[in-house]
Design a binder for this molecule. Structure first.
Ligand code: NAD
Length: 265
């Protein structure tokens, strides 16, 4: 394989937003390692640049599983470094007012613990690797961000910023992700590691039909879609665009931020 531009780790790259992002990045000459419980559907596999993407079965709720994933990705990476982590994997389970404890445990385990598990393993690697000078324009190279060791983007949710009825645990787990992003951004800025978030609104992925199943909930979903100021439901590409900006060198001076991509909802 010709030398890839960057080594990029993505969790949740087998479906929805993560699969779209993996496909886009694989065609931009990056080497991608995906941590997911499953493989993408066979029809989607054909759209990936095959020699650039490696799926490694990983459960992000397990620290040991994340550790094994990071070690394997590093071993297989052509550049022997990790430039970018995108934490996309997440779950959204129907809650209502009094959900079972199981719903709480699973939501927090995947969305919050999983983000921490994988993020903290990757931060250890990034902290220890050589910094790369980004940009090259006059005045650059002076700040920590100009000498980068890595970038992390975490997928939160617009529900982590403002509540939606009957989704308190999910919203809290995604608000916790934002807390982690701001904390890590401050803690690791001195090493030239940037950490940012994207907060999607409603996005058309396999997650939606499961969550909004049933006539009543479908009607509620259609009402919500009608109230989106930009007039449509989001697409995975809307989210990939924001993530690709945040992980790119164009965002060299951006850290600890969250871009909401929700059509104004
Ligand atoms: N679709 C939306 O409307 C929407 C809105 C806001 C935020 N989000 C967030 O965007 C992210 C992607 O969601 P999506 O809509 O693409 O959903 P999706 O269900 O299509 O994809 C989620 C992926 O995460 C993986 N995953 C789940 N648990 C895992 C685990 N323990 N270990 C490893 N992988 C695991 C799944 O296998 C799947 O491939 C999630 O974090 C979700 O909360 C989605």
């Amino acid at each position: 394989m010709p030398t890839p531009q960057k080594t990029i780790l993505i969790s949740g790259g087998a479906s929805g937003i993560g699969l779209h992002l993996t496909t886009r990045l694989s065609h931009l000459s990056h080497q991608i390692f995906v941590a997911d419980l499953s493989q993408p559907p066979a029809s989607s596999l054909a759209t990936l640049a095959p020699d650039r993407v490696t799926y490694i079965h990983t459960d992000i709720t397990s620290l040991a599983s994340c550790r094994a994933f990071v070690a394997r990705a590093l071993e297989l990476s052509v550049n022997k470094r990790i430039d970018v982590l995108v934490n996309v994997a997440g779950v959204c389970i129907s809650e209502g007012l009094f959900p079972e404890e199981e719903v709480f445990n699973k939501t927090v385990d995947v969305n919050f613990r999983g983000t921490w598990n994988l993020g903290s393993e990757v931060l250890r690697v990034m902290q220890g690797q050589e910094a790369i000078l980004v940009g090259g324009e006059e005045g650059e190279g002076e700040g920590h961000g100009d000498r980068q060791r890595g970038a992390i983007v975490c997928v939160s949710s617009s529900i982590g910023l403002a509540p939606v009825p009957g989704m308190s645990i999910y919203g809290a787990s995604k608000a916790a992700v934002l807390g982690l992003v701001r904390g890590w951004a401050g803690d690791f800025a001195g090493w030239g590691i940037r950490v940012n978030a994207v907060a999607p609104g409603l996005i058309d992925t396999p997650m939606l039909p499961v969550l909004w199943a049933g006539e009543e909930r479908q009607a509620m979903l259609q009402q919500i879609i009608k109230s989106v100021p930009l007039g449509r439901i989001g697409k995975p590409s809307d989210i990939s665009n924001a993530i690709i900006y945040l992980l790119s060198d164009e965002a060299v001076h951006v850290t600890g931020e969250c871009i909401k991509v929700s059509g104004g909802f």
